[in-house]
Design a protein around this ligand. Structure first.
Ligand SMILES: *[C@@H]1O[C@H](CO)[C@@H](O)[C@H](O)[C@H]1NC(C)=O
Length: 313
């Protein structure tokens, strides 16, 4: 495979750019940001750097396949990691055929409970409710999974350092997840998905090691869901998905309260979002051990969907 010389190219043009000389318009010259981006990659711990560079390489390949000629994929992919933009090719990578499902806190390995909290249990459950885990079922989700879900980066402080003075820049990992969540949730909104299943196995104590408040779901996906619902009112065809949460820790009341606050806070209690929450209040089914994510449980969840059927007579 061709090694994409993004970093090499960027580092080769390294110059002592001060903040004062950054161009005002994003269109004028993106190069200084990409020098800073390359420098930031160099600050990562080796394992995290390997995962992020692997993802970056895959995105470059996808960009070169999908973007029309003449586009500079170095810049385009760089913009994702800088928190600046979501290119079109990136959106197509997040597409899923079935309804998309969100999740947090499933893992394989030590301490994970087979049939309940493993990724395999999650994928089987997604099949049973006829949904897709966009991550990793979509191409983008698979790319992330191929690079260890970027887990080596979770404890690397350098991924949370903003490396330009743009307010959209929150560090490499937040930038990436922010953009990825946007395209995942945008895909659901574009399809006007009637239900959204969210499987969660996280601790509601913010200080806990595996706290809900540190998850991609809490930080990026829920806010994006709120924004998409809010925006959907503008085009006269509002998106009113029924959210059904499956809480593997059995903390439904507190979980729904936390999610609702997160959603309301993101869109500052916008009237239309309030209306959606009133019409389709978030629902939650607890599934504490020995409850399994099996066919029986899937049937219970499907009953909560409240699907609307078309009538022909
Ligand atoms: C909600 O949507 C409206 C447009 O319908 C927009 O003006 C407003 O800024 C949005 N609110 C938020 C918080 O995104």
């Amino acid at each position: 495979m061709v090694r994409i010389p993004l970093l090499v190219a960027a580092v080769a043009t390294l110059r002592p750019f001060g903040r004062a000389v950054r161009p005002k318009s994003a269109e004028l010259d993106l190069q200084p940001d990409h020098v800073l981006l390359a420098q930031q990659f160099q600050r990562l711990t080796p394992r995290c750097q390997e995962q992020l560079e692997g993802l970056q390489r895959d995105l470059m390949v996808a960009c070169q396949l999908r973007e029309s000629r003449g586009h500079d994929c170095n810049k385009i992919v760089g913009n994702i990691f800088s928190g600046w933009a979501r290119p079109r090719f990136f959106e197509t990578l997040a597409a899923s055929d079935k309804e998309a499902m969100l999740w947090a806190g499933m893992w394989d390995g030590a301490g994970s409970e087979p049939g309940r909290t493993t990724k395999q249990a999650l994928f089987d459950f997604a099949d049973s409710v006829d949904a897709d885990t966009v991550h990793p079922s979509s191409k983008l989700g698979k790319m992330v999974a191929d690079h260890g879900d970027l887990e080596a980066c979770n404890k690397d402080p350098a991924v949370y350092e903003a490396f330009t003075d743009s307010s959209d820049n929150k560090g490499l990992i937040p930038n990436f997840w922010n953009q990825a969540s946007k395209v995942f949730v945008k895909g659901m909104a574009n399809k006007k998905q009637v239900s959204v299943v969210i499987v969660v196995n996280k601790d509601l104590n913010p200080q806990a090691e595996r706290s809900f408040q540190k998850s991609v779901l809490y930080n990026y996906e829920l806010p994006e869901l709120a924004r998409e619902v809010n925006w959907s009112f503008e085009d006269g065809d509002p998106w009113h998905p029924q959210v059904v949460v499956v809480d593997l820790k059995g903390t439904c009341d507190e979980m729904l309260k936390t999610m609702k606050e997160r959603i309301e806070h993101t869109v500052l209690n916008e009237f239309w979002v309030q209306k959606w929450l009133k019409k389709k209040p978030l629902r939650c089914l607890p599934c504490t051990a020995p409850c399994m994510l099996d066919e029986n449980f899937a049937e219970k969840v499907k009953k909560e969907f409240n699907r609307k059927w078309y009538h022909f007579w």
